[in-house]
Design a binder for this molecule. Structure first.
Ligand code: ADE
Ligand code: ZN
Length: 326
């Protein structure tokens, strides 16, 4: 049974984390004051108390509201840097975070402002904390594909700052098949591709993400178990699933951690990884997710090592870069 220090010291990569989801209430209040934004909460404690969700949409409503305090390049730097400091404390050696540009362009904040702040922090993360990174630009699936295309076009002049595209936000009713053109355009630019699928949405959305969007990883994907043929394919192709245990229990994808299927998938041969998703909202960063799985599901040391290794081999690092951590 792996102790906390054992889990901390395992070299781990985090492949599913939304930067806007690492905005802690304390920083949120600081930025609100700095930018003169009025908040509908009296205190940090009152805000934290509001973090009780019964589904994904409940969470997204409060998450998009919180992101409204992010305005300047420095705000995006501070957000990203705070996350990287948490990573250093948790033994995270490599990160592939998402950012949601449309959340901010809708409020008049350019992608250049967002990207320069985020990139400057990621460069400092490499220089000062030895944490490597690759950034993923994620489209909001509750908005139209044309909006996603316009976002990609605004971002392409800043192409050197990100390596892949993703798809997130409200899943049910917004299937991957609606985003085929924008993924084709992204792949034609040499960008890599991932997508959220099978979190609240059905296994069919995972098939679509694989076949229509041609993604290399599925974010969440836990509802794959409803389709045994799909599970067979994920095993055969060793398609990584970036699973988020604390997120899944907070958003009631599983009623309790004891019900989570991550270790069952691991034992079946699916390439699963552990991730924090939106750590400021769901009760913990990467190490807390490992600890929660250990405590609820009796994870063994071998399973912990396998999950950490999967996070490295499922990453976008080159084989040479991965070899240093294996
Ligand atoms: N955006 C931030 N977190 C998300 C999640 N868990 N699912 C979909 N969109 C998200
Ligand atoms: Zn997510």
């Amino acid at each position: 049974f792996p102790d906390n220090d054992f889990l901390r010291q395992l070299p781990k990569a985090e492949l599913h984390m939304h930067l806007e989801g690492s905005l802690e209430p304390e920083l949120l209040f600081q930025l609100a004051e700095r930018n003169g934004v009025a908040l509908p909460y009296a205190s940090v404690e009152a805000l934290r108390e509001a973090y009780q969700f019964s589904n994904l949409q409940d969470f997204l409503d409060i998450y998009y509201q919180g992101a409204g305090v992010l305005q300047t390049e420095q705000d995006f730097y501070d957000l990203t840097w705070a996350y990287l400091e948490r990573c250093a404390a948790d033994g995270v050696v490599h990160v592939e975070p998402f950012f949601d540009p449309q959340t901010h362009t809708e409020r008049g904040i350019s992608i250049a402002t967002q990207l320069t702040g985020i990139s400057r922090a990621l460069a400092d993360g490499q220089a000062k904390l030895a944490i490597s990174s690759r950034l993923i630009l994620s489209f909001l699936r509750h908005l139209s594909e044309d909006d996603a295309i316009a976002t990609l076009q605004e971002a392409l002049p800043l192409r050197e700052h990100f390596v892949a595209v993703g798809l997130d936000s409200s899943e049910q009713g917004n299937p991957p098949e609606g985003f085929v053109r924008v993924y084709e355009m992204a792949r034609a630019e040499g960008l890599r591709a991932v997508a959220h699928a099978g979190e609240e949405g059905p296994a069919e959305y995972i098939w679509q993400a694989l076949d229509l969007l041609q993604v290399e990883r599925i974010d969440h994907g836990v509802r794959c178990v409803e389709d045994p043929v799909l599970v067979e394919r994920l095993i055969a192709e060793q398609t990584p699933l970036t699973v988020c245990p604390l997120s899944n229990t907070k958003l009631k994808v599983f009623a309790k951690m004891q019900d989570h299927n991550i270790l069952q998938l691991l034992e079946q041969g699916v390439k699963v990884t552990i991730n924090s998703d939106d750590p400021a909202y769901f009760g913990g960063y990467l190490l807390a997710n490992f600890i929660a799985v250990r405590d609820a599901l009796d994870m063994t040391r071998e399973q912990a090592v396998a999950l950490a290794r999967n996070s490295i081999t499922a990453s976008m690092l080159s084989d040479d870069e991965q070899a240093g951590w294996l």
